[in-house]
Design a protein around this ligand. Structure first.
Ligand code: UT7
Length: 329
């Protein structure tokens, strides 16, 4: 089927009110410092959900903003695809909770679990729904409350992650605008480099799993870093090849925001100057599935994406999963 099939008609984002600076970790007994975190990751701040702030409340807020930008009502949404690894409840899906919150009563709603690449996966699933005629209007939401599943005693992980949600409304493409290329990959043989060992069927949640930290996110950072650089480079090449575009034709790159050093390595490989790369990891940390759609919404509202812009999205995360999109606006 000929592309473009799906276009991004509107975007939104929502983050918790409270921000936490690098200096605040010392107060909760974490042996770290602002200089280490900034130099190794580029992160200065992250948002942390407080009482009453849930993935559902932030997801619904981001969705409402996206629907308003797209000029559609909740009743017009045919499908909600929600990318997350930190749902409010393990059963049912996060997507149905957002559906109920926004009153999208006609929608089919389900989650996509592809960690930091989740929103890119979600857009591709939405494209398929539009291509088959199963849907005309799809909400693709990506977001997390990672601060609820990290180990606040583990400095290897707790300084890296933050909370937030981004959303986009996808509709049938018009005037040649929309998704021009999509590339998705995964490698489950590397799953244990970034995972939650307990809490599922193999090792159900217990006091022991909380005490030994296996209930929370665990990561072998250096290994993940190497794979992230390699896979994001691969994903840039594949999407550009598929779209038959050279790097010069890209107006903006929106990479997953995990670490400024990974982002810089990706830009260098893709031969795109950093002026054409959107960076907000300094203000959000790593919000996993939220990272790319939050950056997209900021970039649109800041005027960095306008009519006619061609944008390369590239992500990598637990699984491992990685992927990319080229989208014309
Ligand atoms: O979302 C997709 C998946 N996630 C990622 O893409 C993250 C990928 N990984 C990374 O971004 C980096 O590997 C990290 C930021 C996690 C770590 O940076 P690094 O340069 O790879 O450091 P390292 O893990 O090799 O650790 C260097 C040192 C260690 O000390 P020793 O063994 O050299 O004495 C760590 O114990 O830094 C120590 N360290 C810390 N020191 C201060 C680790 N965490 C901290 C900390 N504060 N928070």
């Amino acid at each position: 089927m000929k592309r473009p099939i799906a276009m991004i008609a509107g975007t939104g984002r929502a983050v918790p009110k409270r921000t936490m600076s690098n200096d605040e970790f010392a107060a909760i007994g974490i042996e770290t410092n602002d200089e280490w975190i900034r130099e190794r990751t580029g992160i200065r701040l992250r948002h942390v959900a407080g009482e009453g702030e849930t993935l559902t409340s932030l997801g619904a807020e981001a969705a409402r903003v996206a629907m308003q930008a797209a000029g559609v009502t909740a009743g017009e949404i045919d499908s909600i695809v929600m990318a997350t690894v930190s749902p409010d409840h393990l059963l049912p899906s996060a997507a149905v909770e957002v559906q109920a919150a926004i009153g999208a009563s006609r929608a089919a709603a389900f989650d996509v679990d592809a960690a930091c690449t989740g929103w890119i996966y979600g857009v591709t699933v939405a494209e398929g729904l539009l291509a088959t005629g199963s849907a005309e209007t799809v909400l693709v939401i990506g977001g997390e409350l990672l601060t609820r599943i990290v180990n606040w005693k583990d400095r290897n992980t707790c300084v890296l992650f933050g909370d937030g949600v981004g959303a986009a409304v996808l509709r049938r493409a018009t005037k040649g605008r929309g998704v021009l290329a999509s590339y998705l990959r995964s490698d489950g043989t590397l799953a244990q480099l970034l995972w939650r060992p307990a809490g599922g069927g193999v090792k159900p949640a217990s006091q022991e799993t909380i005490d030994d930290g296996s209930f929370f996110v665990q990561m072998q950072g250096r290994e993940v870093f190497k794979h992230a650089v390699r896979s994001m480079a691969d994903a840039c090449d594949r999407a550009l090849d598929q779209a038959k575009l050279s790097a010069d034709a890209i107006d903006l790159v929106i990479p997953h925001q995990a670490n400024i050093r990974i982002i810089e390595a990706t830009a260098k490989h893709a031969n795109v100057p950093m002026e054409k790369v959107y960076v907000n990891v300094d203000r959000y940390g790593n919000t996993s599935a939220g990272s790319i759609p939050i950056a997209l919404d900021e970039a649109i509202r800041a005027g960095r994406i306008t009519d006619g812009s061609t944008v390369l999205f590239v992500g990598f995360g637990a699984g491992f999963t990685w992927g990319s999109l080229v989208v014309k606006f």
